[in-house]
Ligand binder design. Structure first.
Ligand SMILES: C[S@@+](CC[C@H](N)C(=O)[O-])C[C@H]1O[C@@H](n2cnc3c(N)ncnc32)[C@H](O)[C@@H]1O
Length: 354
């Protein structure tokens, strides 16, 4: 999914650094797991991973792509979809008639609340498809036809499918005021990415500090915190709503972009006043052998602080900043007409060992 800080394109760099530092597989924590791209790769590289994020959609990705031990069979859907398996479930969901509901009402110009603010996040038809699918997935879970793993796997597929047709330039902090080509396409759920086998991996929705302090002793702490003042809660509120559902009473949305109450999702790491203290406290609390932190050269925490804090955690001579230059795309809209205007940014991995 299009996501600020998604490390999919940097996995080879992370792997290269793990090898260069002779960090062997063991128990790893990824407490800012986002799309779970790194946690999933660590699982593939034979780590047992605890992946967490303070957003519910982050938990959904971590559970679907990291915690799940084997590809769900969807055996309970046999009588509904005609055969077992994820593909049959997706075919059924993709064919559901659109049914206007919460997303249609709040995030399209055809819904009462959406119209009030001129919100154009999805075409009315795609929004009504999201609504119909989200409700169906919930009913299957409540009716005992799918397991928790199956439910989470379908939710992850729905969040990713919705993102592909969202009328945004990559984040939900704003919508585009005319329909983009990707938004006009019909929403289509796709099969989950190839399953990665591995045991002993867990997902949680929790604050990074809680994830680290409650973990006890472990081998590798991989940190990939937000590096600027953009709060993920405000940039990805719609994936968050889809992840949580809207079944226990109405959810209030406000303003032009339809934000939800984000009190419990705001992050100290996106605050220029609080990021340094949050970093220091997290590192002090960690009981692990290695720390690797992805951070951007333009980040809120000054490099001097990173160096001081990491050196006080581990052996000074093991501290090292690994650098990787890569092309950043300013315009990441998923459209056939998109123009890439790239420039090179430096991405760093700061490492230290005990
Ligand atoms: C740079 S992104 C991580 C990207 C991830 N490595 C990937 O490849 O998709 C930072 C993540 O930290 C999460 N986050 C921000 N503050 C947090 C906190 N205090 N505790 C846990 N997660 C937090 C955000 O929701 C976001 O998903």
């Amino acid at each position: 999914m299009r996501y600020i800080g998604n490390k999919t394109r940097l996995l080879h760099f992370i792997r290269r650094v793990l090898r260069a530092r002779a960090i062997a597989p063991g128990r790893a924590l990824d407490p800012f797991s986002g799309t779970a791209s790194v946690a999933r790769a660590l699982k593939r590289w034979k780590f047992s991973v605890e992946a967490s994020d303070n957003m519910q959609y982050g938990y959904v990705f971590a559970h679907a792509y990291v915690e799940v031990i084997s590809p769900p069979s969807f055996a309970g859907l046999h009588d509904v979809t005609g055969r077992a398996g994820m593909r049959a479930a997706l075919r059924f969901l993709n064919a559901l008639p659109p049914e206007p509901g919460f997303i249609h009402d709040h995030y399209t110009p055809a819904g009462a609340r959406g119209a009030e603010h001129g919100r154009m996040y999805f075409t009315p038809e795609n929004a009504a498809r999201i609504d119909a699918i989200r409700v169906q997935i919930e009913e299957w879970l409540k009716g005992g036809l799918i397991s928790r793993d199956e439910h989470i796997t379908l939710l992850a597929a729905l969040i990713e499918a919705s993102d592909r047709v969202a009328n945004t330039t990559g984040v939900y902090a704003a919508f585009v005021k005319s329909w983009q080509p990707n938004a006009r396409r019909t929403l289509l759920m796709r099969a989950a990415p190839r399953h990665v086998t591995g045991n002993g991996c867990h997902a949680r929705r929790t604050d990074a500090l809680d994830a680290v302090t409650s973990a006890g002793e472990f081998d590798l702490l991989y940190l990939d915190p937000p590096y600027n003042a953009r709060q993920y809660a405000g940039y990805y509120h719609i994936p968050e709503i889809i992840a949580r559902g809207w079944f226990d009473g109405d959810v209030a949305t406000r303003g032009k972009t339809g934000l939800i109450d984000d009190e419990d999702m705001r992050s100290d790491w996106s605050s220029s006043r609080r990021a340094e203290a949050a970093f220091e406290k997290l590192v002090e609390s960690a009981r692990c052998r290695h720390i690797m932190m992805s951070y951007n050269a333009e980040g809120l925490i000054p490099e001097k602080t990173i160096e001081r804090v990491l050196k006080s955690f581990g052996r000074r001579e093991t501290y090292y900043r690994h650098r990787h230059g890569y092309r950043r795309y300013r315009s990441d809209a998923d459209s056939s007409t998109r123009r890439y205007r790239g420039d090179v940014v430096d991405e760093y991995l700061y490492c230290v060992s005990r």
